[in-house]
Design a protein around this ligand. Structure first.
Ligand code: HEM
Length: 432
């Protein structure tokens, strides 16, 4: 695929619209005023820093997602900003050049072949069967939180349960054998480093540090994919039976790419969703106690988090032909960033969009999990984890409070957003 950069640059120069710093703390903490301006004045707006066209209206984002032939996902996993040589050398030494097309970056005919086993593994039935495991893991991690609250009076929920539960659940569901498991905190660090390196704005030294962790992650994934003892009903067991469109087995680097897609997507997004949901519930008067009293509320709260502040805030596409979107003529090879958070707070699609309303009539009809051919296959799992963790934490710690009224720090990445630190304290109270 070629990129018509001269045509894109000419169009970009002509495009009006507000300045946006996609990597700033200000934008990460409160992106809503920027989205409002974009939707009103420049719904398809060229960002000169990333060279991405920002697509902000719900209607346009849906149009793109539902036309995967015109808007391909081949560019979804490339580094948003160019990486420097030292980081590239570290990745290269680990054999990590680029991830071959698997799921997130695959618009070829092998996509449905590779997506099949993932859909089966994370379908509603499998998620229902996994509920006792999710509940057990949740309570084990909440026990650890309780012990720290008892000992020190404080706990960081973002680095505690929100981070560890999704990693443990993913390792269980992917069928990673006990002997092959890396330490939970290490896996979480690896996946955080992965998104930090490819979706962040970092200097040379920080890139080098992140690249070391990504290289270790990649080495671990390669060893995992090569193990002969994958259980038959695990992802690797299922991939071993898959045949590519030409009849050949799944190449080892493609199996590694599928595992990497799942470990990263299955962990960071869910962790971030839980942190965001807990943060908003704790800062909204009376909401935390309501969640503890009524287990049914956690479902609506999770849904509203996914609509209003989805953890996958934005995702990329590239045009396969010249096309007009939102009144803007785009050449072949134009790279787009679909702003899911903006779409979820578009007043044309949602009434009082910034209000968190767990009983909202449109319920699940948001774009937090995407739409169409690449819609999230882990949606039911993420929802189940959101429900279980929110419900259990609110029921066990009704007196939980944010330790500070200050705004917590947020991740400053192009496609991911959540509080990175969420200090809480607990005042034991009697529940009625
Ligand atoms: C709150 C948590 C989650 C959010 C917000 C989320 C969001 C999304 C979105 C928006 C997409 C569509 C991307 C596109 O259109 O190209 C997607 C795709 C995907 N998600 Fe999730 N996801 C979450 C959890 C998970 C989990 C738990 C898993 C693993 C089981 C997972 C695995 C995937 C995979 C493999 C894809 C690519 C599918 C494809 O291209 O066919 N996600 N996710």
């Amino acid at each position: 695929m070629t990129t018509d950069t001269s045509a894109a640059a000419a169009l970009a120069a002509a495009a009006p619209g507000p300045d946006v710093d996609l990597f700033s703390q200000e934008f990460a903490a409160d992106p809503f005023p920027v989205f409002d301006r974009l939707r009103r004045s420049a719904p398809v707006h060229h960002d000169p820093v990333t060279r991405l066209w920002l697509v902000s209206r719900d209607e346009d984002v849906r149009r793109v997602l539902l036309d995967p032939t015109t808007y391909r996902n081949d560019n979804a996993l490339g580094s948003v900003l160019p990486l420097r040589l030292p980081a590239l050398r570290i990745l290269d030494r680990a054999g990590f050049k680029t991830l071959p097309p698997a799921l997130f970056n695959n618009s070829t005919e092998s996509h449905p072949v590779l997506r099949g086993p993932v859909l089966r593994l994370f379908g509603a039935q499998r998620v229902r069967a996994a509920l006792p495991m999710i509940e057990r893991v949740t309570h084990e991690e909440l026990d650890l939180m309780e012990a720290e609250l008892d000992a020190t009076g404080r706990h960081d929920f973002a680095r505690g349960p929100a981070r560890t539960i999704p990693v443990r659940v993913m390792l269980e569901l992917l069928g990673v054998p006990e002997a092959a498991r890396a330490d939970i905190a290490t896996v979480a660090d690896w996946t955080d480093a992965f998104i930090g390196l490819f979706w962040g704005r970092t200097d040379k030294d920080r890139q080098r540090e992140l690249a070391v962790q990504v290289a270790d992650f990649y080495t671990w994934l390669c060893e995992l994919a090569a193990r002969p003892d994958a259980p038959e009903d695990s992802l690797l067991g299922a991939l071993a039976k898959v045949r590519m469109p030409d009849g050949s087995p799944v190449p080892p680097d493609v199996a590694v790419a599928v595992c990497s897609n799942l470990m990263v997507a299955g962990h960071v997004t869910t962790s971030q969703m839980i942190s965001t949901a807990v943060h908003r519930a704790l800062e909204t008067e009376g909401q935390w106690r309501a969640l503890g009293r009524d287990p049914g509320l956690a479902e609506g709260w999770t849904e509203e988090t996914l609509r209003r502040e989805p953890s996958l805030t934005a995702w990329r596409r590239i045009t396969s032909r010249p096309v007009t979107l939102g009144g803007v003529d785009l050449p072949e090879g134009a790279e787009l960033l679909l702003l899911f958070t903006s779409a979820g707070t578009d007043p044309e699609a949602h009434e009082e969009p910034l209000r968190i309303c767990p009983m909202r009539a449109e319920g699940r009809a948001h774009l937090g999990f995407g739409l169409g051919r690449h819609r999230c296959p882990g949606a039911e799992l993420a929802r189940a984890e959101g429900r279980v963790v929110l419900g259990a934490a609110a029921a066990r710690f009704p007196g939980l409070r944010l330790a500070s009224a200050d705004r917590p720090p947020f991740l400053e990445l192009v496609s991911f957003r959540a509080p990175t630190r969420l200090d809480v304290t607990h005042t034991p109270t009697r529940t009625a």
